[in-house]
Design a protein around this ligand. Structure first.
Ligand SMILES: C[S@@+](CC[C@H](N)C(=O)[O-])C[C@H]1O[C@@H](n2cnc3c(N)ncnc32)[C@H](O)[C@@H]1O
Length: 399
């Protein structure tokens, strides 16, 4: 075990949350939970993005294996896990595969759609036939007129790509309904993400559309052309989505999964949960609505970013941090109120500002262990090595 730690530490350039100087090696390793710190070799990207976990890109998700460990440590099959910051549904998917019921809540309508699509049980044959027929009809019809598209859409897409997306949207709405239509919406959103006028080196956080002409690509070190179509992405993601849903179906259980679009500060849980596994947003880092703006534009989803906690746009001023602490306190107080005393509340967060001692105290959560996890790798512009904490808490009993 220590050999693993030693290798990582020498590779990482010591980005630890606690002071290095004066610590013995043993003291250093003691602060890191080895079971949670996988190397790239032990846990390659393919495993971290297995089956439905990669139905659609999402910045700010935690890895499924982390959830697996905490399900094993603190929950039993048949119990119910609550995630007040459900995001792309990682906790729900893993809880289901583990054999637990789950409830997830998120303020972002797109994240709810994505989580629902990941966790729904489908009739696979019907789903595949329906998606293929929509794709084929859209291909035959060709691009739709783009005159009615929003100014945002016209700015971010070539005319042809936009026309193909709109055509697919129209045919999907006419042909499909219910959960099958929802899957088509995720395919459409993923294709829309790939078809934006962005440079290849700026897919995660494009701030403005790329020029509509060839450009020097820092990622590929050559001249690249901006994307001019969406049809190839629609076809590619239809096949990939089907494959991923099939893969998950082979490990899926029939346990209950509840996805709720709401503010978790005030949510009343529809069923009794036995504990929480979650990763809250962190102040000033990510705008969870804005990262999927194309989906909000295309699908007409309700935008509730005004009540999104910690959104990057609010920044990290004293006032923003105070608002964040109050908001998190409300979420965890509301969750704790609906759990039994001593229920586990597992919070994955990189609390570099040390905000959580106050949040936990005010929410009456008792910190049982603070585990430090080595995060081996992220992709895109966030690539790098760092450490994050897992706060393992218990709902405090009455005094
Ligand atoms: C760090 S992400 C969760 C990622 C998740 N663990 C996953 O693996 O996909 C935090 C989530 O909190 C959601 N959120 C922010 N404010 C919220 C609120 N008031 N109520 C519910 N969810 C909220 C954001 O929309 C975002 O999806």
């Amino acid at each position: 075990m220590f050999a693993r730690g030693a290798r990582w530490l020498s590779e990482t350039g010591h980005k630890l949350n606690f002071p290095m100087s004066g610590l013995t090696q043993e003291a250093l390793y003691a602060g890191i939970d080895m079971e949670l710190s996988w190397s790239e070799h032990q846990l390659p990207q393919l495993e971290r993005t297995k089956h439905v976990h990669k139905l659609h890109p999402y910045l700010g998700k935690f890895i499924p294996q982390l959830v697996e460990v905490f399900l094993e440590r603190h929950f039993a099959p048949g119990t119910c896990v609550y995630d007040p910051f459900m995001g792309s549904g990682t906790t729900l998917v893993e809880a289901n595969a583990f054999g637990a019921h789950s409830v997830g809540c998120d303020i972002s309508a797109f994240n709810c759609l994505l989580s629902r699509v990941k966790t729904t049980q489908y009739s696979l044959g019907v789903l595949e036939l329906s998606l293929r027929s929509t794709l084929e009809e859209a291909r035959q019809a060709g691009p739709a007129p783009t005159d009615d598209a929003s100014p945002w859409m016209r700015r971010w897409y070539s005319d042809r790509a936009l026309g193909e997306l709109l055509q697919y949207r129209t045919i999907a709405s006419a042909q499909l309904e219910g959960p099958v239509h929802d899957v088509a919406k995720i395919i459409l959103s993923r294709a829309a993400r790939s078809a934006r006028l962005t440079t290849h080196y700026d897919l995660d956080f494009p701030s403005k559309p790329a020029p509509r002409k060839p450009y020097f690509c820092y990622k590929h070190k050559r001249i690249c052309k901006p994307v001019d179509e969406a049809a190839k992405f629609l076809a590619r993601y239809t096949a990939d989505t089907m494959r991923r849903i099939r893969d998950f179906a082979s490990v899926r259980t029939n346990k209950l999964v509840e996805v709720i679009h709401a503010d978790s500060r005030t949510l009343e849980l529809p069923i009794q949960a036995q504990g929480v596994i979650t990763s809250p947003p962190y102040p000033g880092l990510i705008d969870y609505h804005e990262q999927h703006r194309y989906a909000y534009e295309l699908l007409g989803l309700e935008d509730r970013s005004a009540v999104e906690l910690g959104r990057a746009k609010r920044g990290t001023s004293k006032t923003a941090l105070r608002e964040y602490i109050d908001g998190m306190t409300d979420v965890f107080t509301n969750a704790a109120r609906q759990l039994a005393a001593e229920a586990p509340v597992v919070i994955v967060v990189n609390d570099s500002r040390d905000l959580y001692p106050e949040i936990l105290e005010r929410a009456k959560l008792r910190l049982e262990r603070r585990l430090t996890r080595h995060v081996n790798r992220r992709t895109g512009r966030r690539a790098g090595q760092f450490f994050e904490d897992v706060l393992v808490c218990r709902v405090a009993g009455s005094p």
